[in-house]
Write a protein that binds this ligand. Structure first.
Ligand code: FA5
Length: 354
């Protein structure tokens, strides 16, 4: 009987090894351990055996049952893994190699040149300890104008042509909402809840109902910057602006500073950069002047600081609003801003991919 059981087990292991389907394994298990299986058959023939025999054969039969069950489980797991691996291998798509993507008729995406430059500038500011903030495209009058020292009926409201609209659920309030005309909206939003000293930048899209030309778009990008602390002066501002520009262009660039009027800064400046498209000789981008208006800036007006909850007896600061699209044009030698957002893939795919 013992020999019979041992033979049964050894036959089972040989048979199991040869099987390649889960159903076959389950059949083999039933054949051996099932109610009417071979092991039960042997055990039922023990009825008339002695107590000693019953003990030793019963113990062996139980061990064989356990071993069979364990081997069956191992085999089923191995077969399941094989099925999964086969599926993964057969469904695998190689996205790591650009050529194979191109060969399959697909093209990999890439960053838009404005995004590339925005990311580079963010890195520069982050390395100088600035925070990067975001803000809504749809704004209210308060953040776009009032908080920036531009009250109702102030002539500066006409400096930019604004896209106004009403909320469908609140038609009683005319001209209350707008698409932000500049990223300066983040000045007061960013200051709220902060204690000086602090510094942040806020890049993003802005919208103006303007006629387009080589250097003007209706939807373009700005990058706002603000630094608030104690005893900040115009010389800090100028030094800072020049450092940023040489970091961005990776070389010394010619700049000029002119007085500029913005109600939210006092004094205010226009920082122009010598046109890198024509080298200063005159072209359509610089409107034949040799200079491109790029970086208006100034010392933050105390009224704006007060809207941000800042104690103006103790703190002051500077702010700037970089024109990102124009910077991209100067950096890459693009002679018309409309190329940037015209949606022509031949144009944008010239720039760095992921
Ligand atoms: C402003 O928008 C101010 N908020 C900037 C500012 C911030 C001043 C903080 C002082 C302190 P301005 O309207 O000049 O300023 O626009 C800023 C920059 O955006 C310009 O120098 C220019 O580079 C860019 N820009 C303005 N209009 C357009 C346009 N239509 N298309 C493309 N770029 C534009």
């Amino acid at each position: 009987m013992i020999e019979k059981l041992n033979n049964l087990f050894s036959n089972f292991t040989t048979q199991l090894e040869a099987l390649s389907k889960q159903a076959e394994v389950l059949n083999l298990k039933a054949d051996l351990l099932g109610k009417n299986g071979k092991v039960s058959e042997i055990l039922s023939s023990l009825k008339n055996a002695s107590l000693e025999e019953k003990k030793s054969i019963g113990a062996l039969a139980n061990k064989i049952k356990d071993d069979v069950q364990q081997l069956i489980n191992q085999k089923l797991n191995a077969l399941e893994l094989e099925v999964i691996n086969h599926k993964l291998a057969s469904e695998r798509i190689d996205i790591s190699h650009l050529d194979s993507i191109k060969a399959s008729g697909l093209y990999s995406g890439g960053y838009h040149p404005v995004t590339i430059v925005q990311k580079e500038i963010e890195e520069i500011f982050l390395s100088m300890g600035f925070e990067v903030l975001d803000g809504p495209h749809i704004e209210d009058e308060y953040h776009n104008f009032e908080a920036l020292n531009i009250p109702k009926d102030h002539p500066a409201r006409d400096m930019t042509d604004t896209f106004w609209f009403q909320r469908p659920d609140d038609t009683s309030v005319a001209n209350k909402y707008l698409l932000r005309t500049h990223t300066s909206t983040i000045q007061v939003r960013g200051m709220k809840g902060k204690r000086p000293p602090f510094k942040f930048i806020a890049p993003g899209k802005v919208f103006r109902a303007e006629r387009t030309d080589a250097s003007h778009e209706m939807v373009f990008h700005q990058l706002e910057g603000m630094l608030v602390g104690e005893n900040i002066s115009v010389s800090h501002l100028i030094f800072f602006m020049k450092t940023i520009l040489s970091e961005i262009f990776k070389k010394e660039v010619d700049v000029r500073l002119r007085p500029g009027f913005f109600p939210f800064v006092e004094p205010g400046f226009e920082l122009d950069i010598k046109c890198l498209i024509c080298g200063g000789g005159g072209c359509s981008v610089c409107k034949q002047s040799g200079w491109v208006e790029l970086l208006p800036c100034g010392m933050v007006h105390p009224n704006v600081l007060r809207h941000g909850g800042i104690d103006t007896n103790k703190y002051n600061g500077f702010a700037f609003g970089l024109g990102l699209d124009r910077l991209v044009m100067l950096k890459y030698g693009i002679d018309d801003i409309r190329h940037l957002h015209g949606g022509d893939l031949r144009f944008v795919s010239q720039f760095k991919s992921y």
